[in-house]
Design a protein around this ligand. Structure first.
Ligand code: GDP
Length: 200
């Protein structure tokens, strides 16, 4: 994958619209404003592929970006908006449950804020990924906003709060600066390649 060709292909509002073409799916989840769009754009080295600053309530879709005809980066709808109606929460939950139940996830990427302890919703989301049995990486974004001495204790808090196993990668990341991109890409490519092998 050289990220030369990136296409926005599908915006799925329900399970019948999920991509089921055998192409590996790398799923990105995170609370609103954590920088999920920015992380996806950083991976893609595009400024505006995933839309930064999406307005609350308009994002209950699963958006697929096809990279080099090889893998989808899947932008799951954000969570934790303060002002969301019950019906929108229910729509979010149904769409996410259907996606997690679909068995389509090749690699899960949960994005949390490096500055803060994970929220209750982050903990729930980590459990969904863990229970789905797919390989799973946690990205601690906005690292550039931390002082050096804060990095280690904050990562420890994140690891403990999310009950991450020792072999789960917790990757310090800055979508703004590009920190961590190489390692994240390596994980994405390894997951995409091994998913292709199991099919061959
Ligand atoms: P989303 O709602 O999770 O998709 O978040 P966005 O990608 O729209 O980012 C929310 C805000 O955080 C925007 O103002 C971004 O510029 C900012 N942001 C995202 N990633 C970083 C980062 O790594 N460092 C800093 N300093 N700001 C970031």
């Amino acid at each position: 994958m050289n990220y030369q060709k990136v296409e926005f292909t599908i915006s799925a509002a329900n399970a019948s619209q999920f991509a089921r073409d055998g192409i590996p799916q790398i799923a990105f989840a995170g609370k609103s404003n954590v920088g999920k769009s920015s992380v996806i754009n950083r991976v893609l080295q595009r400024k505006k592929m995933a839309y930064v600053g999406n307005s609350p309530g308009k994002t209950i879709h699963i958006n697929y970006f096809l990279v080099d005809d090889t893998a989808y980066l899947v932008d799951l709808p954000g969570y934790g908006y303060a002002k969301v109606s019950q019906s929108e929460k229910a729509r979010w939950a149904k769409l996410m449950e259907d996606y997690f139940a679909s068995g389509l996830i090749t690699l899960g990427i949960l994005i949390v804020d490096a500055r803060h302890a994970p929220t209750g919703n982050d903990v729930t989301m980590a459990r969904w990924f863990q229970d789905s049995g797919c390989p799973f990486v946690v990205v601690a974004n906005k690292l550039d906003k931390l002082k050096k001495r804060e990095i280690h204790p904050n990562l420890e808090t994140i690891r403990t709060t999310l009950s991450l196993s020792d072999d789960t990668l917790l990757l310090p990341f800055s979508a703004e600066k590009g920190t961590g991109r190489e390692e994240l890409i390596a994980r994405i490519e390894a997951a995409a390649a091994s998913s292709q092998e199991t099919k061959d």
